[in-house]
Design a protein around this ligand. Structure first.
Ligand code: F6R
Length: 580
């Protein structure tokens, strides 16, 4: 949520910062801006709208230090004035900020009382004015003097005209520093740094740093701090589109290798101790990751006989997990504020904790007792796809190792089902969905969470209203909405849930719904009743789950494509929700 980047080095900084912002646009895309510093001057240029729509004049500035920001509005509407960077009264100091300053209103009142003039409605602008009050030529000292006054979360980059380099500070908002050849790059995500270097330093909460072309110097609590330089194992090619129309499409098609890399890496490690001594599991997550957790609940209870609860992370504070539960926080980005808060709360109550994440060095990895990494590579599309499959991979692995190895063979060959699903022709189903105003997704057992995820994907990128239901639940109310205008996507794999699903399908068909079944391709019954039958890959539960997950993603993607939606940047959304 909001992307920030800063470059200081030997090259012209503005074009590099603009390129970096394009890489970060998935974090927010309602406005953007750049500040460029030269020996004595500071130029700021900012604009409402997407980066691709304009060619900023600030690119002509020759300074070798610049900062930039791409915004997802929290305080104040998207506008030129509210776009970052924000400056002080004299326009000599510029700040970009990711996070929220909770006490900004009272600080602003005080600053206005002391004669400061504000130009925006944002919380961030107070930082620029506070720094102004402490700035006598030493930007590091000025920023350090201001930080204790700020309540909330922040990743901040500050520059001042005539001042060398960038000052960076972090508290509960991600900030990574890339160490390149005669250049330093700071960014909210490593994806914006990979073009320059794969050597990075992850700042800790409370760190303040000066960035110069020769490298970063980091301070913590008044002392200089040593932070290790780590090598990122993501490749720059992974953050490029590489011939695909959208990142979402690219990421859907990467899922075979994502699934097998994740399970192979997990099986290669010793089983973590944290998995050996607990009486139950509470899973906490948001959005797509939460849907994966709901699936995990069915899986682990079935294969391991361990009680499992999946909790929406933002609701966790209102619940009390049973004593003795292992609390597992699942988050692709490792930065989702609600999930971080839930994990902190679990720690406060002395629960052992495990994180499942895709991002090395992310905040969740510092909080949890132990971390299991997915191997999804950078996920750029706002709609999560490959991270969902990677989360399922982690859960299949956990169910297998905690359940006595019964799933291993199926898990190790799961990627084949993904490959099969990717080859299916789903065009007739897309034709049924694209004109709909409302779509219902239904499933039973472990396929119920998949129905929820199918509906989430459909609504977020097509803007068609979609709801996921436990198939048996739909006649307890939602039936009132069914008609020939409301397609139903029914997940009906062979196995235990099949007979009850067929009954539910018949009931819905009797209400005249256009019916798409993703299910047992060998069933004559399904062929007779469905308007469109998309066969699941042959095989066991693992194959059916993976196949169904991929087919639902493809259905959402292809429907959004048919409707001409901005698939990678759906309206009102942004990747990585770092505010509660
Ligand atoms: C939906 C989507 C979101 C995320 C949610 C949690 O496509 O991407 O629902 O799943 O914001 O994100 P992470 O997993 O990064 O905590």
């Amino acid at each position: 949520m909001c992307g920030i980047i800063g470059y200081t080095g030997e090259k012209r900084a503005a074009p590099l910062v603009l390129e970096g912002l394009k890489r970060l646009e998935y974090r927010g895309y309602d406005s953007f801006g750049i500040a460029v510093v030269s020996d004595s001057d500071l130029w700021v240029w900012k604009k409402r709208g997407k980066i691709s729509q304009v060619n900023p004049p600030v690119l002509r500035r020759k300074g070798r230090t610049a900062i930039g920001h791409t915004r997802w509005a929290t305080h104040g509407e998207p506008s030129d004035a509210n776009a970052h960077p924000h400056t002080d009264c004299r326009g000599t100091i510029a700040i970009v900020h990711n996070g929220i300053i909770e006490n900004y209103a009272s600080i602003r009142r005080e600053l206005e009382g002391r004669g400061h003039t504000f130009r925006s409605e944002t919380d961030t602008e107070v930082i620029a004015h506070l720094v102004e009050e402490h700035f006598w030529g030493d930007l590091l000292s000025a920023v350090r003097a201001v930080l204790p006054q700020l309540e909330g979360s922040y990743a901040i980059l500050a520059v001042a005209g005539g001042n060398e380099g960038i000052v960076a500070a972090r508290k509960e908002s991600p900030l990574v520093i890339g160490v390149a050849d005669r250049a330093c790059i700071a960014a909210s995500d490593v994806t914006a740094i990979l073009e320059h270097t794969d050597r990075v330093v992850y700042l800790e909460d409370g760190d303040v740093a000066t960035l110069l072309p020769s490298g970063p110097t980091i301070w913590h609590g008044g002392e200089q701090a040593d932070r290790p330089v780590r090598k990122v194992d993501w490749d720059v090619a992974e953050v490029r589109l590489g011939g695909f129309a959208h990142y979402m499409q690219k990421e859907i098609y990467e899922q075979q290798s994502v699934f097998s890399s994740t399970v192979r890496a997990l099986y290669a490690e010793p089983i973590p101790d944290v998995l050996k001594d607990f009486s139950g599991i509470t899973l906490v997550a948001c959005g797509t990751s939460y849907n994966a957790c709901l699936f995990c609940q069915y899986l682990i209870e079935e294969y391991c006989g361990i009680p499992v609860r999946a909790e929406i992370a933002s609701e966790f504070r209102y619940r009390t997990p049973p004593g003795g539960d292992l609390v597992v926080a699942v988050t692709q980005s490792g930065e989702t504020a609600d999930t971080l808060s839930a994990l902190k709360q679990a720690r406060m109550h002395n629960h052992p904790t495990l994180a499942v994440t895709n991002v090395l060095g992310s905040s969740i990895t510092r909080l949890a007792d132990y971390t299991l990494f997915m191997r999804a590579g950078p996920e750029i599309s706002v709609a999560a796809t490959k991270s969902f499959i990677a989360e399922l991979a982690v859960f299949f692995y956990l169910a297998d190792v905690m359940g006595g190895g019964r799933l291993r063979k199926s898990v190790l060959s799961g990627h084949e089902a993904i490959g099969e699903a990717l080859l299916q022709d789903i065009s007739p189903a897309v034709d049924l969905c694209r004109g709909a105003q409302s779509i219902f997704f239904v499933g039973r057992g472990p396929f119920f969470p998949l129905a929820l995820e199918g509906a989430l994907k459909m609504k977020e990128i097509t803007y068609i209203h979609a709801e996921g239901y436990a198939a048996g639940e739909i006649k307890h109310g939602p039936f009132a909405l069914l008609s020939h205008k409301t397609p139903v996507i029914a997940l009906s794999p062979p196995g235990e849930t099949f007979p009850a699903m067929v009954s539910n399908i018949r009931e819905m068909k009797a209400r005249g719904v256009p019916l798409i079944v993703i299910g047992d391709g060998n069933s004559q019954e399904l062929r007779d009743i469905a308007d469109v039958l998309i066969p699941l890959p042959d095989g066991d539960m693992v194959s059916a789950v993976l196949g169904a997950a991929v087919l639902l993603q493809l259905l959402a993607y292809r429907t959004a494509e048919a409707l001409g939606r901005e698939i990678d940047q759906p309206r009102n959304l942004a990747k990585s929700v770092t505010v509660e």
